[in-house]
Design a protein around this ligand. Structure first.
Ligand code: FUB
Length: 342
């Protein structure tokens, strides 16, 4: 008996030592962590993964999440608190299914939680819910943001107080079905399928003063190569797939994202929140699990990346969030992070 438990402990230790960092919590499965600092405390807004028994497919039906839990901690390495249900799908009047990756913004004493969910016609839209407390509970607005679609909202507030939303995702995220500004239910299941044309990319919109709508229309987040040419559909190692994030460092705007089917996190930098952005390279190698999704945040003078993998479950739809340090290089790139130790 003793020998068996010693062997099990050694195997567990060996397994753990494979990874650059360890899961932040293990009482629930969490993914897509958007991290922010409010009043000196760290808050993480993740998806809450569950086993819904849905078959795995390219549409992402197996990601059938029903609520959000917000995590908080006083500092990196400190105890992580799961603050319980912050918003449930049953309290979103227009929602159908699949609560995917959220983000949050703060303005004038109110926290705004932005979330993608399929409406009752199975079309992804982006909604807003509000709270006076960063950990919730949040109350959803009665309707989605007018003109919103697709997934993965990331809200960036610039030094002048203006906020912008970056959003979109191809394949299950449905971005490719909005070619002419209207949803095409019979459209492509993956991308534009025009291999030698500029790839579909994220959208960016300025958010109105009341934080509830878009103003000035949607713009494409243009990603250029070093020769000034837009990345093409066939360039799966570099083109945008989903999971946008924006942060500002040394006066430059860093647009970071997942390349999806090639599983990298990549960065591109620009001089304004609207871009254009010049591709800088990959800054995180693939994690375990199909999806990769992150946020980047400065905490007490150091930069961190929050991300997920499938260390606890070994299943692509049951993920766990993690954090590790991130370093900006002087040449505009971000130092490569290898989540699985060699
Ligand atoms: O969590 C569901 C989806 O998986 C997210 O919206 C994507 O970014 C991917 O992480």
């Amino acid at each position: 008996q003793n020998n068996q438990s010693t062997t099990k402990t050694s195997i567990d230790t060996l397994k753990k030592s494979k990874y650059l960092s360890q899961p932040l919590i293990s009482n629930i499965f969490t993914a897509d962590p958007s991290a922010h600092v409010f009043d000196g405390k760290i808050y993480i807004y993740p998806s809450h993964d569950i086993e819904a028994g849905k078959p795995e497919n390219d549409n992402g039906d197996h990601f059938d999440m029903r609520d959000y839990h917000i995590l908080s901690m006083d500092s990196i390495g400190a105890k992580v608190t799961d603050n319980g249900v912050a918003l449930s799908i049953k309290d979103i009047p227009w929602a159908g299914r699949q609560l995917w990756a959220p983000d949050v913004a703060f303005k004038g004493g109110t926290y705004y939680l932005y979330f993608p969910v399929k409406d009752k016609s199975d079309i992804f839209r982006i909604g807003v819910a509000t709270s006076k407390n960063p950990a919730g509970p949040f109350k959803a607005e009665p309707l989605p943001i007018p003109g919103s679609f697709s997934i993965d909202p990331a809200v960036f507030t610039d030094s002048d107080g203006s906020s912008y939303m970056y959003f979109g995702g191809i394949w299950g995220g449905q971005l490719q079905r909005w070619k002419n500004g209207k949803y095409d239910a019979n459209g492509s299941k993956t991308d534009s399928q025009q291999e030698d044309q500029p790839a579909l990319t994220a959208k960016v919109a300025k958010i109105t003063n009341n934080m509830l709508s878009f103003e000035g229309g949607l713009k494409d987040v243009i990603i250029l190569d070093k020769q000034g040419k837009q990345l093409l559909t066939k360039d799966h190692d570099r083109r945008f797939f989903e999971g946008a994030w924006m942060h500002k460092f040394n006066g430059k705007y860093y647009f970071t994202y997942s390349t999806g089917d090639t599983h990298y996190l990549a960065s591109a930098i620009g001089d304004t929140p609207y871009g254009p952005f010049t591709y800088q390279g990959t800054f995180m190698d693939p994690v375990e699990g199909w999806t990769t999704h992150h946020s980047i945040v400065e905490i007490k003078g150091k930069w961190y990346i929050f991300y997920h993998d499938t260390q606890l479950s070994g299943k692509t739809h049951l993920r766990n969030v993690k954090v590790t340090e991130l370093t900006h290089n002087a040449d505009g790139t971000i130092k490569l992070i290898e989540p699985i130790l060699k």
